[in-house]
Design a protein around this ligand. Sequence first.
Ligand SMILES: *Cc1c(COP(=O)(O)O)cnc(C)c1O
Length: 379
Amino acid sequence: MVELATVLIHGDDKDNRVTDVAPPINVSTTFRYDDNDLIPWNERESFDFLDKTPVYSRLAHPNSTRLESVFSEILTGHAVVYSSGLAAFFAAMVHYNPKRVFLSQCYHGCRSIVKILSRNYGVESYSLEDIDARACRGDIVHLESPMNPFGTSLDIKKFVESAHSRGALVIIDSTFAPPPLQDAWEFGPDVVMHSATKYFGGHSDLLSGVLVVKDDQIAKQLREDRIYLGTNIPNLESFLLLRSLRTYEMRVIKQSSNATEIVAYLYKNKHFYGKVLKNITHSSLQTEDFVKRQLKGGFCPVFSISLNSKEQCQKLPRLLKYFHHATSLGGIESLVEWRAMTDPQIDQTLIRVSIGCENAKDLIKDLSDALLTLQKESE
Ligand SMILES: *Cc1c(COP(=O)(O)O)cnc(C)c1O
């Protein structure tokens, strides 16, 4: 088996069309037919030909094909790429067409999509605690682990088993712990999903999402549906994402070890910030056995802190030098977000921290100085 770092750089060598070492940016939406090989659409047995001879970029284009080559290998399945993480989740809902969806604590956008489905089609939504009592064949259980915004893990295997025992299918949103941190397939889900906007993109400059399935026929159906949902990744973004993937492993490993070091420091020294820092949540602070089994390649680069008051949450971002105050996560630059700014359901004393690739000591000093300033103000 070829290792992650090598696949990231060579997984799409087979898709080379020209002698350029750096794949070209293709901006064309349409591609000339080969007049010596004219086969009508309805006489095609599959759409695999699009990988070699693109037709129209909403269907596939050279860099979306490259991305699917790399993602299929690093995420060990058949990968279908989308214009955003939510476009990927919506595509899964369209494909599986569930009557009931069971959701863990998860990204608010996925919940909002289920709300739209409830409004339009009467899809029912429940929590994971309801699986044993209510799940039926064809329903969807949507797990997110590690979870937004806390950076903590849930026992994936336990929920997959209870879902499957009821005939329901499981999607795992593994955005917070992409490989090599976690291999979600080890726990038996049916679909693995990522917002590639986050760690795979890694530079806060593109949106994308990916669904991965083990069954080739389902991937084909998803790609065919995507033609008509109009949610393929656009041309320029696909180039940026491909470029990002080349250095992805180095970035995510550094982000993970930085975050783990910072959380350990804050946790050990929390008595210095007793009037500010109420709580820290991160997978590295969880003690359950399943956490290390799931995150065998490292803890996730996101954690959350709760402060004593809303006012402290509003002040903290201004005191930080190296953390931008912005939503999102996964980029090389560290971010904090007073989560109440975008998440209507969240506790208003929560700050989400997304760790980037800066030096961990500098980030620790920055956070610690800001917390100490707030501590002095409250004394
Ligand atoms: C950001 C995010 C999404 C949505 O992805 P977009 O690319 O913003 O559409 C879904 N799930 C998780 C866990 C996320 O962090």
